[in-house]
Write a new protein. Structure first.
Length: 336
């Protein structure tokens, strides 16, 4: 089984530069993540994902943040616009079975959209539980403020994406909902007791621990580890995520370029992998940073495989034609 450098990296544009091609050939990263800057039109996205797979391998994990609503990287006129997680959470609260079916259909349509473009992994579901004083960075990206609704919605998304050929990545483990500031801009600190966190914030992750992939929260939980954000915390990764939640899948960091990370990306990568993360995420496409991170972690850490369970997800076909899914979705929505 082939092994790869434990990094998921961004790229700078709609085509691979010579420097980026050299990076892939030299370092063999585990995966790639796409952003709006990489997605100018449908045909160029297809060419890009095909080229990435050609110079790497057919099962290269190609990730995207396509949540729906304001977090959408595919903002093109001829690509379906997806609704927010909050939209579906409210439907589930009103009519549990109907709301979950609508969320399943939405997930099928999302999987169909992504697979058509050559994208095989999506960083959803968002399983955070927003508190009253939450910064707003989560907001309508969350399904609900009710932990049971979030858990059920997450389970539906994970199951449906998995069975339709797209690997889901639940986030932001162990929970971003009590953060009073945006971790893209500064380091959030949470003072809640662990017992309270286990009862509410941790529950959606615990109940979806069968997921193959999860992304960390760059948050400091002062009552558990006052010295480190979760991404750098051996205590949180081992005690909370692995032992309490019983998550056995691959753990990837959130973007190491975020301001909540109080060190340079190279050091952040080392600290993350030392703490127990399996993969580091570097999004900005800065080739100099990518080379420095890759060179450092190549020296200090073992390569990592793509688990057969993830490759098996990629092999799954979409279970329903897009038109049929959309038709049922619109009909059921009219009944809601």
């Amino acid at each position: 089984m082939n092994s790869y450098l434990p990094i998921i990296c961004g790229i700078s544009g709609t085509e691979l530069s010579n420097e980026e091609i050299k990076f892939f050939e030299q370092y063999k990263p585990w995966g790639v993540i796409l952003f709006e800057r990489n997605c100018s039109d449908i045909n160029s996205i297809k060419r890009l994902t095909a080229h990435l797979k050609e110079i790497n391998h057919i099962n290269l994990p190609i990730l995207i943040d396509q949540e729906g609503g304001r977090v959408s990287r595919l903002n093109l006129d001829n690509i379906k616009k997806f609704k927010t997680s909050d939209f579906f959470g409210k439907l589930i609260e009103q009519n549990y079975d109907l709301g979950l079916r609508l969320l399943e259909l939405n997930s099928i349509m999302m999987a169909s959209t992504l697979k058509e473009l050559g994208i095989n992994s999506n960083t959803i579901p968002v399983l955070d539980l927003p508190a009253n004083e939450e910064s707003g960075i989560i907001g309508d990206r969350a399904y609900s403020t009710n932990e049971n609704i979030v858990s059920a919605a997450g389970k539906a998304v994970i199951k449906t994406l998995t069975s339709n050929g797209v690997a889901p990545i639940m986030k932001h483990i162990p929970g971003h909902g009590k953060a009073k500031v945006d971790s893209h801009l500064e380091m959030p600190m949470v003072d809640a007791d662990e017992i309270l966190l286990e009862k509410y914030d941790f529950k959606p992750f615990t109940e979806n621990a069968e997921a193959q992939l999860a992304m960390t929260a760059h948050i400091k939980f002062n009552k558990i580890d006052s010295d480190n954000i979760a991404t750098f915390s051996k205590t949180i990764i081992n005690k909370v995520i692995r032992q309490h939640m019983k998550f056995k899948g691959l753990l990837m960091t959130d973007d190491l370029s975020m301001k909540a990370v109080d060190c340079e990306p190279v050091n952040a990568a080392v600290k993350s992998l030392d703490a127990g993360c399996d993969l580091v995420l570097h999004c900005n496409g800065n080739i100099n940073e990518m080379n420095m991170i890759a060179e450092r972690i190549k020296e200090e850490f073992k390569p990592i495989t793509i688990p057969s369970a993830i490759e098996a997800i990629y092999d799954q076909p979409v279970s329903m034609h897009m038109d049929k899914a959309e038709s049922e979705f619109e009909y059921l929505l009219s009944q809601a």
